[in-house]
Design a protein around this ligand. Structure first.
Ligand code: GLU
Length: 286
């Protein structure tokens, strides 16, 4: 078993992260497996070295250990580029020049009729830039690249499904079918390369889980809706899909899910107040 924790260094880790990382770590340890850490810092406008340093500090304080070296996404751009090239050469990507505003206007145009659909990345793209036939020639640099979802679904040779722990009748791993029409409707032509980053969350996470040979992805249930996109990309890129475990979210007293700016529940704040790692485990119900 190989599990991972994949934080973005854009703020302090809070109780929700503590729950996620302890769960992933404990699962690997109980199975005699390996726990990995990955720093998801592709958004260089938001990532900060001091937040990354605090991640290591908080995790060490919690008593955790991980396999070295730590993977950092900012050092992996050539691998993302190679995956994009694979998809481009299969005719599954196209460049998009729409602004957020263009998309907003297109989906709210009266002739569209149907309610705009909202997926894991926000408004589902109405297809304005989608070409009739796959674009020819070399993949453009510094462009927004979208996945042609309908075309991607049409090249699959078997139905998509995702494996989730705790979903079988006895709490074992169960299979969740991923119908193509729900991917089309709920995700649509997702962005796989952002202009400023040359990649995207979906693409990077899939390429890196494969590179790190992650067998079990343990993460919050807020990412459940992104999993069909990840399983599709794994299939298109020839990767084995990991098993997923989406865990409950830790909420504040008002029932709101914790956010990075929730400094009051930062692990560091609890540390400074004299709590112990055992207190943190108890707080998250472990
Ligand atoms: N980097 C993501 C986050 O901090 C998690 C990615 C994942 O677990 O797939 O929310």
């Amino acid at each position: 078993m190989r599990t991972r924790f994949a934080p973005s260094p854009t703020g302090p880790l809070h109780l929700g992260h503590a729950y996620s990382v302890l769960l992933a770590h404990d699962m690997a340890q109980a199975a005699g497996g390996t726990f990995l850490l990955r720093i998801e810092d592709i958004d260089q406008s938001r990532a900060r070295p001091e937040w990354e340093a605090l991640i290591y500090e908080d995790l060490r304080w919690l008593g955790l250990d991980w396999e070295a070296p730590v993977m950092r996404q900012s050092e992996r751009l050539p691998a993302y580029r190679a995956a994009l090239e694979t998809l481009w050469s299969r005719g599954l990507l196209y460049p998009c020049s729409c602004t957020r505003r263009d998309i907003q206007d297109a989906v709210s145009a009266p002739q569209e009729g149907a309610e705009p659909s909202v997926g894991p990345d926000g408004l589902v793209y109405p297809g304005t830039c989608r070409p009739e036939a796959p674009p020819q020639g070399p993949m453009p640099d510094r462009a927004v690249l979208r996945l042609d979802m309908a075309r991607a679904l049409s090249v699959l040779d078997a139905p998509l499904r995702h494996e989730e722990t705790g979903r079988g009748p006895g709490g074992e791993t169960g299979q969740i079918a991923i119908p193509g029409d729900s991917l089309l409707r709920a995700a649509g032509d997702v962005v796989l390369a952002r202009r400023d980053m040359g990649t995207s969350y979906h693409l990077s996470v899939v390429v890196d889980d494969a590179e790190q040979r992650v067998s079990h992805v343990v993460r919050g249930e807020d990412l459940f809706e992104a999993t069909p996109i990840h399983v599709l990309l794994q299939r298109l890129l020839g990767f084995t899909s990991p098993i997923y475990h989406h865990h409950r979210l830790i909420r504040d007293a008002a029932g709101k899910r914790l956010a990075k700016r929730d400094d009051a529940r930062a692990i560091r704040t609890y540390r400074d107040e004299g709590l112990t790692p055992a207190d943190i485990r108890a707080k998250v119900g472990l």
